[in-house]
Design a protein around this ligand. Sequence first.
Ligand code: PEP
Ligand code: MN
Length: 287
Amino acid sequence: MADQVDSLKSRDIKESVQISINNEISLSPETFHVVAGPCAVETPETTLACARGVALSGAALFRAGAYKPRTSPHSFQGLGRDGMEILTRVRREVGLGIVTEVMEPGAVWEVAEVADVLQIGTRNMSNFPLLREVGKLARPVLLKRGMMATLDEFLHAADYILAGGNTNVILCERGIRTFETYTRNTLDLSAVPALKEMTGLPVVVDPSHGTGRRSLIAPMAKAALACGADGLLIEVHPDPDNSWTGDGVQSLDLAAFDDLMKELSALGRHFGRTIAMAEVPASLADS
Ligand code: PEP
Ligand code: MN
């Protein structure tokens, strides 16, 4: 009991935590990291094409779910283990590190074999056994804010991971439920500077789930950079209108993602932030 009482809490972290991902990428106040990819792992062809595209545009990491938390049990639930194999190919062939979701404590070690960053989705922010299990890893964890969680509850959830000894926690603002229906969620950008007043843990923003609308991704992504976020999590799909989950409506295509990255790069210069790009094989442009 005593060690739980004494363990590090997110609010006690005053300095910016520099999280190293895969010994390559380091989140720091001078850099800005863009994580991009489809909602779900689909075919190897679509997934690899997406990974190549986002890598060439300057993404730092690739995102895609093999285990999907869907509102309906009748919706596509992800490719599971087959999807994890496709993600392994993405890392090997494209060179991007992988961010992917883990939904249950029993799956943490399987997902950690592939993931450079384990994602915990909004619906699992209060899954305390899951939080405790990822707390046993040294691997970074991207913790999404519960769609009905206050910032205080969000930081307590992060504390469950810290209590296990894992201080590599990245907070993700992904929108909260309000009375507004035009957007899927209300993206709470004030959470970014507010969380930064409360903790040194890095904060990234997901304008895809945060708005549910493709047209709002770029403006909110730029606003996230301007208000001090450490990075973005963006859904990108080579053919959004034919994505396997309904999330094509909140995904950029590869050309729109490329345009956004150019804009972020220019904006980053203004704020003294460099867009951190992954090292990708030189041959990638020709493949
Ligand atoms: C996702 O990132 O694919 C996802 C399911 O997000 P959220 O948990 O924020 O809904
Ligand atoms: Mn999604």
